[in-house]
Design a protein around this ligand. Structure first.
Ligand SMILES: Cc1cc2nc3c(=O)[nH]c(=O)nc-3n(C[C@H](O)[C@H](O)[C@H](O)COP(=O)(O)OP(=O)(O)OC[C@H]3O[C@@H](n4cnc5c(N)ncnc54)[C@H](O)[C@@H]3O)c2cc1C
Length: 384
């Protein structure tokens, strides 16, 4: 039996994007919370690194995300205010795609259903306004004025710092080796002994499949290659109004950010299926096929970039079959709350889902409109 170290109200397993936010919202409520992270805090081995993340409202994946996003924006602004840090930058988002594709009709539907202010234009008009981009003539373009980017590492750090300031204990380099229930108590085992709690929040990202080995949640981890290419002087400059962008093409969807350093621009492919068996041993090198995918996109759409890949990073998506998140109690134990399967579009929600996880862990229910993210939906039962 592991030596018993201490007891908490809530233990958060995995302190990345969602775990750090959950620790913050729990600690602010005076809950005794312990956050355990297997790697050094703010590491670059999971899904919450790489400088920037797009945040947007006209949500083409499904309009039901919009109310969550409105609250997410409020909470990011609160966190900026309490930390005096810049976490969000409004840059607008340029979405370009075929009128009958996924992104354009989805964004227009979300905007229409929720009365969001977006601009709709032809590819020609968009290229006159944003001459650094070359867009297919048959594309339609939606420009979302309130979209922008989040500084991902600064966001995770802000949640961790504010959680600690509110009394949370957060430990890096403490892998959870196993968890379970012992009567009224939930426990996690580590190299340093056993910790117990009344509730357990599992935010293990790409490792969720392992942490929830026998729960049968269908999750697929995929490797994502992100590149920073050199730009011509003054090109794609964030201070000159270059927006974040999402471009849906027949061979895949790509997204990117304005140049933040006046030297390089970051972009990557959102689609693609480079499945990973073990998140801990994923290949983080620069592969020929990785560069070829980005190079083809660069040549087609970003004419003022240079064919010089300045740097890259590898990151992990955890996909559900329907690409919607799972935020719910564990089906076999309602003392265990799970947030997983963010399918490459979750970071912008870490603030609001962190709040919902604190509700679920502490009150057993939440006002947050997350019914569509429940575990028992057909798509997760293998018949969706
Ligand atoms: C390349 C890329 C681009 C993206 N772009 C966007 C974007 O523009 N906008 C957007 O909203 N989203 C985007 N996303 C998605 C978003 O980044 C993720 O949904 C989000 O970061 C997931 O956070 P997480 O907390 O689930 O995972 P993580 O941040 O990886 O946290 C999980 C943590 O659990 C820890 N852990 C796992 N097992 C254990 C254990 N046994 N013991 C202790 N700790 C453990 C891990 O080490 C890790 O730190 C992108 C993702 C990638 C990869």
């Amino acid at each position: 039996m592991m030596p018993l170290r201490a007891h908490y109200d809530v233990i958060v397993l995995g302190v990345g994007g969602f775990g750090s936010a959950a620790c913050y919202h729990l600690a602010r409520r005076g809950v005794r919370v312990l956050g355990l992270e297997q790697f050094p805090l703010l590491h670059d081995r999971g899904s919450s690194h790489g400088e920037t993340r797009i945040i947007r409202l006209a949500y083409f994946e499904h309009p039901d995300y919009v109310p969550l996003l409105r609250r997410a924006y409020e909470l990011w602004a609160d966190l900026e205010a309490s930390t005096a840090k810049t976490l969000f930058r409004k840059t607008r988002l340029l979405i370009s795609g075929p009128p009958e594709g996924e992104a354009i009709p989805g964004a227009l539907r979300a905007a229409q259903e929720h009365g969001l202010d977006v601009e709709s234009m032809t590819a020609g008009e968009a290229m006159r306004r944003f001459p650094d981009f070359r867009l297919p003539e048959d594309h339609h373009v939606v420009l979302e004025p309130d979209a922008g980017l989040l500084h991902v590492e600064a966001c995770v750090e802000a949640h961790i710092d504010e959680a600690r300031r509110a009394g949370a204990e957060i430990q890096g380099e403490v892998p959870v080796l196993g968890w379970g229930r012992d009567g009224a108590m939930l426990y996690v085992d580590t190299h340093f002994g056993r910790f117990t709690a009344t509730r357990l929040v599992i935010t293990a990202g790409a490792w969720t499949g392992r942490v929830l080995a026998d729960a049968g949640l269908p999750l697929t981890v995929v490797r994502k290659f992100v590149g920073w290419y050199e730009v011509e002087p003054g090109a794609y400059d964030v201070d000159r109004g270059t927006p974040t962008f999402y471009i849906e093409q027949p061979d895949g969807a790509f997204y990117g950010f304005p140049s933040m350093d006046r030297r390089t621009i970051k972009f990557a492919e959102h689609t693609g299926h480079d499945v990973v068996d073990d998140p801990a041993t994923v290949d983080r090198s620069r592969r020929t096929e990785d560069v070829a995918r980005l190079e083809a996109f660069r040549q087609n759409v970003l004419p003022r970039t240079r064919p010089i890949l300045d740097r890259h990073s590898v990151c992990l998506y955890t996909l559900t079959p329907d690409r919607h998140f799972v935020v719910d109690d564990h089906p076999q134990d309602d003392g265990v709350i799970v947030a997983a399967g963010f399918s490459g579009h979750g970071f912008k929600f870490t603030s609001v889902i962190g709040e919902a996880l604190a509700d679920l862990a502490w009150k057993g229910r939440t006002e947050a409109p997350i019914e569509f993210l429940r575990w028992n939906r057909p798509a997760l039962q293998g018949n969706g």
